[in-house]
Design a binder for this molecule. Sequence first.
Ligand code: 1GP
Length: 243
Amino acid sequence: MTIYNKMKREARTGKKKFAVLIDPDKNTLTGIKKLARLANTSHVDYFFMGGSLLMQDHLDEFIRCLRENSNIPVLLFPGNNLQLNEKAHGILLLSLISGRNPEMLIGRHVISAPFLKESKLEILPTGYMLIDGGNTTAVTYMSNTNPIPAGKNEIAVCTAMAGEMLGLKLIYMDAGSGAQKPVSISMIDCVKTHIRIPLIIGGGITSPEMALDALQAGADVIVVGNAIEKDPDLIPQIAKAIQ
Ligand code: 1GP
């Protein structure tokens, strides 16, 4: 079964999922091995791998290391089309539907298409929505787009519905890495009730309680990056809380 079909089936049955986001620039090989070990013994469903901007070229060796040390699927979460790698299991092919930058909506995808077509990566077409998290995050700046204002649930709902109608298979609402405030419970709830495809929520989730709140509001998958970089022992704590 494909990664997506399993995600969709489990979303329908209410089985919640936990993704650990790894920014290659903020890790070492030793750190990656530790994350793999913690994730294997906890309940982690995916590794997402990528960053808004990579200063160092560690992507390939870190994916290889994860695959050698864990069976958890590795999904590319690319900040740009330089972050493609065939060693991963799949890719969140992100179209930044909250923004109006054609490069992020379709331009980068055109450039990546020949590589992706030849690769064995599972492609997960994803409607990516930036939500204002109270501070300017790297992704807002790098994508040259405005996030959806935090209180504007109706804009988020209509954007997600449009993404689903266009045939995207996932909606990912992201307050951005290190957001001061995560996507609100009410926005998650509103969006969830208007779409049938799985909903991923990330950005600014720093505790098991916040993870649980997002999942109870309707997220099917929660993503935690920054907080785990600071304290990898959050992995078992979050995994336990959401089981
Ligand atoms: C960012 O959603 C991810 O794109 C995770 O955000 O690093 O704040 O957990 P954090």
